[in-house]
Design a protein around this ligand. Structure first.
Ligand code: NAD
Length: 254
């Protein structure tokens, strides 16, 4: 039986950890060829080894998504390796320091926007250009967050960056869906990844406080986002474009 991402060349940024790595594993199981990109070279190479063990054709390409020239060269290298780009998961992101608006620093704001928002914009620019040149469409998923749908006390710059990702997604979808390039965003709730471990340690909050924000009564697993992303990347979601899809255990249902 043909797998739903068979022979599709897919790029995943921030693919060396957490949600990105889990999405890479879901896509590998669905038959995709994978370009994993990240700033963490060691974890990226290790992820690629794990994907090859799952039977995937996979390569690691280092790139910082906040730097235009690195993103442009990243797309070139993916095409050099696989001959095309069929799908992309623009997922690389950072947590901002947790501080309310009066106390938050300008430096933290600028860095959060540079990676989480400009990084997605740069990826969209170069990925869509490539897909239009190929002329056979494509599917792109951006990682937003529940923080792209509602506010979060102490998370102003992060919330702004993720609301921006939802806006970029809708705009690119309006611009390019008629040319066969679908663009969606996924809005994870609180998922057990190294990012959340760091946030717990920085804020001193207990894990239970986070669980209490999740109506489903637990935190999410990276695979639960990865599987949703693989569906959005595949043709099974062929009539879905421009959405901000919560995968959030009910976080935004209140
Ligand atoms: P993570 O820290 O485990 O993984 C993030 C990855 O992005 C890391 O491998 C890191 O090296 C990479 N990265 C960071 N800056 C980069 C840059 N400039 N260029 C390239 N790569 C870079 O975190 P995660 O929880 O898996 O987060 C993945 C995405 O999901 C992020 O966009 C995050 O904002 C979003 N998200 C996470 C949660 C959650 O609860 N974990 C919830 C909603 C959204």
């Amino acid at each position: 039986m043909t797998k739903r991402l068979s022979e599709q060349a897919i790029l995943i940024t921030g693919g060396a950890s957490g949600i990105g790595r889990a999405a890479a594993e879901s896509c590998a199981r669905d038959g995709a060829k994978l370009a994993i990109s990240d700033v963490n070279v060691e974890a990226g190479e290790e992820t690629v080894s794990a994907l090859r063990e799952l039977g995937a054709d996979a390569v690691f390409i280092r790139a910082d998504v906040s730097i235009s020239s690195e993103v442009e060269s990243l797309i070139g290298k993916v095409v050099e390796k696989f001959g095309c780009l069929d799908g992309a998961f623009n997922n690389a992101g950072i947590e901002s320091s947790w501080a309310h608006t009066v106390k938050a620093s300008e430096e933290d704001f600028d860095r959060t926007i540079a990676v989480n928002l400009k990084g997605v914009w740069l990826c969209l620019k170069h990925e869509i250009k490539q897909m239009l040149e190929q002329g056979r469409g494509g599917s792109i998923v951006n990682t937003a967050s529940v923080a792209g749908l509602v506010g979060a006390r102490g998370g102003g710059s992060y919330v702004a960056s993720k609301h921006g990702v939802v806006g970029l997604t809708k705009t690119a979808s309006l611009e390019f869906s008629s040319k066969g390039v679908r663009v969606n965003s996924v809005c994870p709730g609180i998922i057990e990844t190294p990012m959340v471990t760091r946030m717990l340690s920085e804020t001193g909050l207990s894990k239970q406080v986070m669980i209490d924000q999740e109506p489903i009564g637990r935190l999410g697993e990276p695979k639960e986002i990865g599987d949703a992303v693989a569906w959005l990347l595949s043709n099974e979601s062929s009539f879905v474009t421009g959405i901000a899809m919560p995968v959030d255990g009910g976080y935004t249902a209140v």
